[in-house]
Design a protein around this ligand. Structure first.
Ligand code: PEP
Ligand code: MG
Length: 955
């Protein structure tokens, strides 16, 4: 945040017109060596976009985003024009707060200045100020108001006298952290002062952290000095913050309405102390807008208030602040109302009721934004962003945890990339030109994406970028943006509004995967915004680095220069975010969701990033660094060796065969998997194929795609999982009603069985594509044998229908073990299925009742939990008793610690991401069956996953 020093201020300036004033401001910045001369043009360009006049005779000239390159250091210069200057928008300006900012620091200045806008006398005082210090004081002083809200009220307290009530109020302020024990002691020392009308006041300035006013009222009738007690105020005074509150209290007493507080509820007390007249009509309305009463909805509210026949005032219902005019935009914005908070409107006179109905209806209907009802039982009032204390810097040489998102170890300096901010005018009066600008930016964005798709040459990266391309062509998005532009928005504002509305609609579906789709949408949106605003990301260093960023969009990951990026660290995000999936596909070690503290890292700080354990260590000691370096060298040596031996069969040291296959989402990658040594495809996630199409792919399309994988496999087996969508993984063209718990809802086999014709086409395509080739089909999310039997009937019918020479003959039909019931009932299933494949990702989620995408909990969803291992043990025992094989295709299969445990439990096949195939094969060669059985036994005997990892790590 920028602070204002007296030497930053020039007093007594004179200017012939606004241009002269702006030139002087540019010259002041230049003289202070904050900017290059060319920044002056940026100041003019910004004024041409829209005036920087703020209100109360203050303008805040600052450059455009493009002119930031001329900023040498961030700073401000204040110029006082006692005689005033006519600004180009007709306003009179006495003070220019001129900003040289490399990012959006001007927003901080704006925030600091909002209090100035509330006080109409500030303009004259700024003009007349005779010292730089006085100007600095006027601009910097933030208006602190003593706290008074529902929490500082202590109503119906069981007290015996006014002293006890005073102490109850003081104790309440202490509980709220407004005062320390000194204050309570001070209140105890003196009897409260009698105010009349049954009210008393106890005051002290001792131990005050935040000025505040408490009111305690008695539970039963209480008399003191022959007067019935209404209540006792305890005032924590500091400076003049409580002045306006006391003025309102005395006004209440003067009007003789003090007794109205007797026995009153919190809402009435706050209304009276806010200065609301007893004759006023009042009405409450809850703010429903996701981002509270920000500029756009506030503007709508002001418009509705202005249309009313009587003045309407408004305040936050839960606080005792003075009501402000609902027709003042800055005052309405400064209420800072957040989603879920109630606004108390008041008006007087004959038309009061009609006016209140109009404003309350406008608020309830979202003030021009799409809103959802507020559910008090599930939602809290959104915290104010500024309420959060700034994150603590990370200490040196101490591991800091995050979510392990992509394995590997990296040691490199940090390159901290702050999320780009876009600076643009909200309004524009040339809709045709704005629409053209937007269209050309969309075209350029699509071209960029196309080029990236080409560079990515297939794979998850290309798939996600292609999805972005499709999103960019979404006609509804274009239409929404065009409509906003038609209503006077600039191309940037119209586009972003359309993107935000669509993204929020996705997020409202309240499940993490859809929320990640919202991230994709915003990613696409930012690409176009970047083109419109000509904002380019800072160039990364030309040496290896670890990218540190708040969150990273999938296309940002795809853009990463893999020759230099050694690792990826993000403050937000989960292991299943698209960006994490891409990091794994690109082989970049990644730790995600490590919290806001990572953004305090200085660029260039050396980091050790451990993508396996999910932790980072900033500025490591030489000792720690050497150890990590050794691990890295050892890892590289093992990787090289593993690569050399990738085509050797996977066997334990004593020759026990365990097949190692690859998990794929894209049939085009099958050849690459084989080239990495995969002995088959152990899990083809066919839903990716469905997601890549705008409608259900028909039989021929599916046959062609499955054939691509089968041809590349050249006789190796393909395990294809039938469509696993629904609930948390939606298919846009297969809408599923909103569910409270999508992970427990219509997904996997449950969903496909609701449209058996879709399942049938898929099965037919698989069978026909695999003529003469080994095919295994497995069903996702099965809970018991009944679902398996239903699907089996369809397969049996198809086998009869399709001529034998046109379909697979080497066929097995199995189920995934993902739901605990299936493992518990494995004996009944094992008799009928051909094989099992354990999906440890879902099995862990359902066994431990931890959402696998949960931002805080997912790190605890460890497949090495003994409860999960027992279910795997039961599954293997049942399968082997019937001579059936068992694979593991969840993430656990590539966990180096888990591999011997799984083999010890009797697992026959491990299916892992293609990149991991050589390493998992190498891991198998490191132990023998006896060692594996010992490790499995040890693991099963533990009580927690931490204990399992501890006991295995020391071996
Ligand atoms: C699993 O649940 O472990 C699994 C392999 O399936 P997916 O991750 O695709 O849900
Ligand atoms: Mg699964």
């Amino acid at each position: 945040m920028l602070t204002l020093r007296p030497e930053d201020i020039r007093l007594g300036c004179q200017a012939s017109d606004w241009r002269d004033a702006l030139d002087q401001a540019a010259e002041a910045l230049q003289a202070a060596e904050l900017v290059a001369p060319a920044y002056r043009d940026g100041l003019y360009a910004r004024e041409a976009q829209s005036s920087t006049y703020l209100g109360n005779a203050i303008a805040i000239p600052h450059g455009t985003a493009e002119s930031r390159e001329h900023v040498r250091a961030t700073g401000i210069r204040v110029l006082q024009f006692p005689a005033g200057v006519q600004w180009h928008d007709g306003e009179r300006v006495h003070v220019l707060v001129t900003i040289a900012a490399q990012s959006d620091e001007h927003l901080d200045i704006l925030r600091q200045l909002t209090h100035v806008l509330d006080d109409d006398s500030v303009a004259q005082r700024l003009a007349a100020a005779e010292s730089a210090a006085a100007v600095a004081r006027l601009l910097s002083k933030s208006a602190v108001e003593a706290r008074l809200d529902a929490d500082t009220l202590c109503l119906n307290f069981p007290a015996h006298d006014v002293r006890e009530l005073a102490l109850a109020g003081a104790a309440r302020l202490r509980q709220l952290g407004c005062v320390g024990s000194d204050f309570v002691a001070a209140v105890a020392e003196h009897a409260p002062v009698r105010l009349g009308q049954g009210l008393w006041l106890a005051t002290s300035g001792r131990g005050v952290e935040t000025p505040a006013l408490a009111l305690a009222t008695p539970e039963t009738t209480l008399r003191e000095a022959d007067e019935a007690v209404t209540g006792v105020f305890s005032l924590a005074a500091d400076g003049s913050a409580h002045k306006s509150l006391l003025e309102r209290l005395f006004a209440l007493l003067e009007s003789g309405a003090g007794q109205a507080l007797r026995g009153a509820d919190a809402a009435t007390v706050l209304a009276r102390l806010s200065g609301e007249s007893t004759t006023a009509h009042t009405r409450l309305a809850r703010v429903l807008n996701a981002h509270g009463l920000h500029a756009r909805p506030a503007k709508q509210l002001v418009q509705v208030a202005r249309e009313q026949a009587v003045p309407v005032r408004v305040r936050l219902a839960e606080a005792g602040g003075q009501p402000v005019s609902a027709t003042s935009l800055t005052k309405v914005i400064n209420l800072g109302a957040r989603r879920g908070q109630q606004l108390a409107f008041s008006a007087e006179g004959e038309d009061a009721e009609a006016a209140l109905t109009a404003v309350c209806e406008a608020v309830s209907s979202g003030l021009g934004e799409a809103v959802l009802p507020f559910d008090e039982s599930r939602e809290h009032v959104a915290p104010r962003e500024d309420d959060a204390p700034p994150p603590e810097p990370l200490p040196a040489d101490e591991p800091h945890p995050g979510v392990a998102a992509s394995p590997g170890l990296a040691i490199a300096p940090a390159f901290v990339l702050q999320t780009p901010r876009f600076d643009y005018p909200e309004r524009a009066d040339d809709p045709v030109a704005q629409t053209q600008r937007l269209e050309s930016a969309i075209r350029e964005g699509a071209e960029q994406l196309e080029a990236l798709v080409r560079e990515a040459r297939g794979g998850e990266v290309a798939q996600i970028l292609a999805m972005h391309e499709e999103m960019l062509q979404d006609g509804e998005l274009h239409q929404a943006a065009r409509e906003a532009i038609g209503e006077g928005a600039s191309a940037e504002a119209g586009w972003w509004e359309a993107i935000e509305t669509a993204a929020q609609a996705q997020e409202r579906l309240a499940d993490p995967l859809l929320a990640e789709r919202a991230a994709d949408l915003r990613d696409v949106g930012r690409r176009v915004l970047g083109i419109l605003c000509d904002v380019k990301l800072p160039d990364p260093p030309d040496h290896p680095y670890i990218l540190v960023t708040d969150d990273i969009g999938p296309s940002d990951v795809a853009r990463l220069d893999t020759r230099r990026v050694r690792g990826l660290l993000t403050a937000r995000g989960g292991a299943t975010a698209h960006s994490a999936i891409l990091a794994r596909a690109l082989g970049i070690p990644a730790v995600v969701g490590a919290g806001p503290r990572v953004m305090t890292l200085e660029g260039g700080t050396e980091l050790i990033l451990d993508g396996e354990r999910g932790r980072i260590t900033p500025a490591p000691s030489a000792e720690r660094r050497d150890a990590a370096q050794q691990r890295l060298a050892e890892r590289e040596r093992r990787e090289a060796e593993a690569w050399e031996a990738r085509f050797d069969e996977a066997r334990t040291r004593d020759g026990h065969r365990v097949e190692v296959a690859a998990n794929l989402g894209n049939t085009a990658h099958a050849a690459d998997a084989v080239a990495r040594g995969a002995e088959g495809i152990g899990l083809l996630r066919t839903e990716f194929l469905f997601m890549a199409h705008a409608k259900l792919p028909d039989l021929d399309t599916q046959i062609a795609e499955y054939r691509e994988a089968l041809d590349a496999l050249d006789g190796r087996p393909l395990v294809a999982r039938t469509l696993d969508v629904g609930g948390d993984k939606p298919l846009p063209y297969w809408p599923v009603p909103q569910e409270a718990n999508p992970f427990l809802g219509l997904r996997g086999i449950r969903l496909t069985l609701t449209r058996p014709e879709v399942l049938e086409t898929q099965l037919r395509a698989l069978l026909m594509a695999a003529a003469g080739k080994p095919l295994r089909i497995m069903l996702p999310m099965v809970k018991d044998v009944a679902e398996f039997r239903t699907a089996r009937q369809i397969v049996d019918r198809l086998l009869e229908e399709i001529p034998a020479e046109q379909r697979a003959s080497d066929l097995q039909l199995g189920v995934m073990i993902e739901v605990p019931s299936c493992a518990l009932l494995a004996p009944s299933l094992a008799a009928e299925v051909d094989f099992f494949s354990v999906g440890t990702n879902d099995l862990t989620q359902y066994t431990l009742a931890i959402d696998r995408d949960h931002p805080q909990l997912s790190a605890q969803a460890d497949g090495l939990h003994p409860a999960v291992l027992r279910l795997i043990e039961m599954t293997v025992q049942a399968a082997h008793a019937h001579g059936k094989w068992v694979g593991v295709c969840g993430e656990l299969a590539s966990d180096a610690t888990a591999v011997p445990v799984l083999v010890g439990l009797g697992i026959d096949e491990l299916s892992v991401s293609a990149r991991q195939v050589p390493l998992v094969k190498a891991r198998l060669r490191e132990f023998d069956c006896e060692e594996a059985r010992t490790q499995a036994g040890l693991a099963l005997a533990q009580a927690t996953s931490e204990a399992v990892r501890n006991v295995l790590e020391v071996r």
